[in-house]
Design a protein around this ligand. Structure first.
Ligand SMILES: [Ca+2]
Ligand SMILES: [Ca+2]
Ligand SMILES: [Ca+2]
Ligand SMILES: [Ca+2]
Length: 283
């Protein structure tokens, strides 16, 4: 509750009374011999403040990754949308809680959070997370672009909130060394994610001396893949960034002189991140 109005005129031997007034405001009054303490507060179902955040794609407000926004669900059914930019292949964490960060409104006791894509279509939703009534969404973007964090209250709830956006550390799917768990068979494919700029994913492949192999690395959301071929010990044997005729995808041909384990070392050119597919075939 918040005291919208409080009158203090001293208090001696008081009696307490709580009642609901017209308009839904509740008030309580303590009174004694000529002294009265009176306070009114809004039920959570009542409007708080003025709504300034649109509930659709016209919203001009951004929540920056690494930043936060504080505002209020002002009336029952109010939703506030914030733009958030996401890069393909990256994982983001959006957290919504009922702390008000200095806003003079009651906190939202039960926030709900919806993540929407650039068309406004729901792609993720959370009501309660982490053993609380606050909300949290972890989301890996398949497509780069503007998404919308849609803030609301459960049922008729109103009140202040804080929305946080951050990148989430994605556990790397494959190590970038000879201890990698990744492998790919001749005639098969493997897929993974360059999760952060500079991430390298290695895949073991067993090759036979004298045969000619073709290694193809294609971006799914990774815009500019880059491929290295390494020996069983990890020594660099060949590399390719953009293979002629394949756009920014990579291809290496190789005829080993000795049979054994080799490594395909996958990454993105520059600081690129995203998902990829690796294919090994005989050529
Ligand atoms: Ca609002
Ligand atoms: Ca909730
Ligand atoms: Ca990876
Ligand atoms: Ca490339």
């Amino acid at each position: 509750m918040s005291g919208l109005r409080a009158v203090w005129r001293g208090l001696v031997r008081s009696t307490a009374k709580c009642r609901k007034n017209r308009g839904g405001l509740r008030s309580w009054r303590l009174s004694g011999a000529g002294e009265t303490l009176e306070s009114r507060y809004a039920l959570s179902t009542n409007p708080v403040g003025f709504d300034v955040v649109p509930a659709n794609q016209t919203t001009p407000l951004w929540v920056m990754v690494g930043g936060m926004r504080a505002n209020a669900v002002n009336f029952s059914g109010d939703h506030d949308w914030y733009r958030v930019w996401m890069d393909a292949g990256m994982t983001y964490r959006l957290r919504l809680d009922g702390t008000t960060n200095g806003l003079f409104v009651p906190g939202l006791s039960d926030p709900v959070l919806t993540l929407r894509n650039s068309s406004g279509v729901q792609v993720a939703f959370n009501d309660d997370a982490n053993g609380s009534r606050n909300s949290e969404i972890r989301f890996t973007a398949a497509i780069s672009g503007t998404y919308y964090a849609d803030v609301g209250g459960f049922a008729q709830e109103t009140g202040g909130y804080t929305l946080y956006a951050a990148t989430a550390a994605t556990p790397d799917d494959y190590a970038g060394n000879v201890f990698t768990s990744g492998s790919v068979a001749v005639g098969g494919t493997a897929s993974g994610v360059v999760g952060v700029p500079g991430d390298r994913d290695w895949f073991r492949v067993a090759l036979v001396a004298g045969r000619r192999y073709r290694f193809d690395l294609s971006g799914v959301s990774l815009a500019d893949p880059q491929l290295n071929l390494r020996s069983g010990f990890g020594l660099l044997l060949d590399s390719n960034d953009d293979y002629q005729g394949l756009g920014r995808n990579s291809r290496i041909f190789f005829r080993p002189t000795s049979s054994g384990i080799y490594h395909l070392d996958v990454g993105g050119f520059g600081s690129g991140v995203g998902s990829y597919t690796l294919r090994v075939s005989t050529a």
